[in-house]
Design a protein around this ligand. Structure first.
Ligand code: GTP
Length: 616
């Protein structure tokens, strides 16, 4: 296929608007997979995707489509729809020359439709607007057209109406891809001209046990063949071009299963296996070239910035090494995750992991479990705060200095701090107008301030609010869904940092600080947090042979307190007389119970307690 006969495109949409179903129909129509009435979602390969019915990882597939008697190679890149995975969308788009923007006729434009649309504009990609689910009795095509005109500036005359479920108008979509989207732009030299220098964009990678790293590449120029010796801009910058190289062992197309073709030409999207072994080797956004024929690399991908952090520990310390290996493998497939080491004095060594959102964190842990059999303890997510420290001679701080506070351990002495800052986001909520009052109340109760409020159709509103990130990382999205009967959609982007009154609440058991239980929060929430923490601990700590005082404190001042009365425990009390074997049994059971206990000073608490408290 010469580049003019190639189209690389993505499908973008809000979650559940039917991307995967449309992808299936496109594959069926072009004969890549067998037709079937049921929704197979061939591209949703991961177990977690099938179970949750969401796309997490972008997958690609190549199909051949005959248009006006000419064969075209269409490379489809399926993309995730959820707010937490827009990093994946962005990456996929860099290998495309255009997108299909899919909107559900029963739901209309949603927050993620808008976010994905803006992302395509940022990449300068032409958009084919499509309304899906026109078969549904709940479809309201006119309303959706009005919204698409108002929010996306797309006139109704350009919109294709389809039912992905029943395969209606699928051919119109294929025709539009060929006619409206541009072919990939390669060097003036033909892709068959072997003198064109190879330039291949590495846009995704996965890991397989026996084959190692499988890199997805878009060939921008030149030709990539089996047995070629290649290097990469990243590698050559790191090690020098002459030193580091790979031999291409396998090269082919994703149809969607891997089909080795031994060669990829300019404009094509495919995969290569070349003996890359680690996460560090396969840098997403890296440019590959023929060894000793260097080219200028593409601009680097914007790195995904994690906004939610959690501490992760193996559920058994003996599994630490295995967990580390599993994390490394999974991170190869999900580049948006960051990892540093961390330590809990009760749970042992672990990791501090950064995620793009809560769903992302959930999905990542589920994948660790399902794909690598790793069981983990994950703490409640936290957001990174900042503090501006005053100049201080003793600490050798000449000027004001900014530090990041990721964990309570990083919390500085209040006297040193000029001001604390918290991360802020701008949230966009699109919802039926009848829920707007409750949504406004929710945002206000989470310290939100209104940015804008407009009608995008007669019955739909778009609200924009600035909110502290900390207020949305736990249950904001769930609350929003529940007060809007599931109709409101939400998307957000970072909006810098703002001043906040921050403090650290510590927990003391019989006067002894338990570092694990310290938490950072706003001053206004600190008292409530202290009270709740103390009463929860009182419920969870088993009574001891002595009284235990449970206190919450800010610095030296105690803000909440509970007392756990003593209990006198005589294991053999019930046993009376001289039944020796029964006595032994009771003592053994007691010893067994003790095994699951951990000591804080002389207080014994179940190991579970830590896990529960960390998750709170
Ligand atoms: P994510 O991958 O999670 O972003 O979702 P998606 O956009 O890929 O949506 P998916 O294809 O999984 O479809 C979501 C739901 O809509 C499924 O229950 C589909 O059966 C249904 N659906 C998709 N297309 C149509 C359609 O044309 N008509 C009707 N009635 N239902 C459809």
């Amino acid at each position: 296929f010469s580049p003019e006969k190639i189209r690389n495109f993505g499908i973008i949409a809000h979650v559940d608007h039917g991307k995967s179903t449309l992808a299936d129909r496109l594959l069926e129509f072009t004969g890549a997979i067998k037709e079937s009435s049921e929704n197979k979602q061939v591209l949703d390969k991961l177990q977690v995707e099938r179970e949750r019915g969401i796309t997490v990882k972008a997958q690609s597939a190549s199909v051949v489509y005959k248009h006006k008697n000419e064969d075209y190679l269409l490379n489809l890149i399926d993309t995730p729809g959820h707010v937490d995975f827009s990093y994946e969308v962005s990456r996929s788009l860099s290998a495309c020359q255009g997108v299909i923007l899919l909107v559900d006729a029963t739901q209309g434009v949603q927050a993620q439709t808008l976010a994905n649309f803006l992302l395509s504009m940022e990449h300068g990609l032409p958009v084919i607007p499509v309304i899906n689910k026109i078969d549904s009795p709940r479809a309201n095509v006119e309303k959706v057209e009005q919204e698409m005109l108002n929010v996306l500036d797309v006139p109704a005359s350009e919109i294709i109406h389809i039912s992905a479920k029943f395969g209606q108008n699928i051919e119109k979509v294929l025709e539009a891809i060929v006619e409206l989207l541009p072919p990939p732009v390669c060097d003036e030299k033909s892709s068959y001209d072997s003198s064109a220098l190879l330039k291949a964009l590495l846009f995704d990678s996965t890991y397989e046990k026996f084959r190692g790293v499988i890199a997805n590449v878009a060939i921008l120029d030149g030709t990539l063949r089996k047995n070629d010796i290649i290097s990469s801009v990243y590698l050559s910058q790191k090690d020098g071009n002459s030193k580091s190289f790979y031999e291409v062992k396998e090269v082919g197309l994703m149809r969607p299963e891997h089909v080795a073709t031994n060669v990829l030409y300019a404009g094509q999207v495919g995969y290569i296996v070349c003996g890359m072994k680690t996460v560090a080797d396969a840098q997403i956004g890296d440019t590959l070239f023929h060894h000793k024929q260097p080219v200028i690399g593409l601009p680097e991908f914007k790195k995904a910035k994690p906004v939610v952090f959690g501490e992760m520990f193996p559920s058994e310390q003996t599994q630490y090494k295995n967990l580390e290996a599993a994390l490394n493998r999974l991170m190869l497939n999900d580049r948006s995750v960051t990892k540093t080491s961390s330590k809990s004095f009760l749970l042992g060594p672990g990791f501090r992991i950064g995620f793009l959102g809560l769903l992302h964190m959930d999905v990542f842990c589920q994948r660790l479990q399902q794909e690598f059999g790793a069981n983990v303890v994950m703490t409640r997510p936290t957001v990174p705060y900042k503090a501006i420290l005053k100049a201080n001679k003793r600490l050798q701080l000449k000027d004001e200095t900014e530090i990041v506070i990721s964990t309570p351990d990083d919390y500085p002495d209040n006297g040193l701090v000029k001001e604390f800052l918290q991360p802020i986001i701008t949230g966009t909520i699109i919802s039926p107008a009848r829920y707007s009052q409750s949504i406004i109340e929710l945002c206000v109760s989470r310290n939100g301030s209104a940015v804008s409020n407009s009608y995008i159709s007669d019955a739909t509103v778009m609200l924009q609010y600035k909110l502290p990130l900390d207020e949305i990382v736990t249950d904001f999205y769930d609350r929003l869904k529940s007060i809007s009967s599931g109709y409101a959609s939400f998307d957000y982007e970072e909006a810098g940092f703002e001043t906040v009154n921050l403090t650290k609440v510590d927990v003391l058991l019989n006067g002894e600080l338990v570092r694990e239980f310290s938490k950072i929060c706003t001053l206004e929430k600190s008292r409530k947090l202290g009270v709740i923490t103390c009463s929860k601990l009182k419920e969870m700590i088993p009574r001891q042979p002595f009284q235990v005082s449970i206190q919450a404190a800010i610095g030296k001042s105690i803000i909440a307190r509970q007392n756990l009365p003593a209990v006198k425990k005589d294991v053999l009390a019930k046993c009376g007389g001289g039944d020796f074997s029964r006595k032994m049994k009771l003592l053994q059971r007691e010893a067994e119970n003790q095994k699951h206990l951990r000591a804080i000073g002389n207080i014994k608490v179940p190991k579970d307690l830590f896990v529960k408290m960390l998750r709170e």
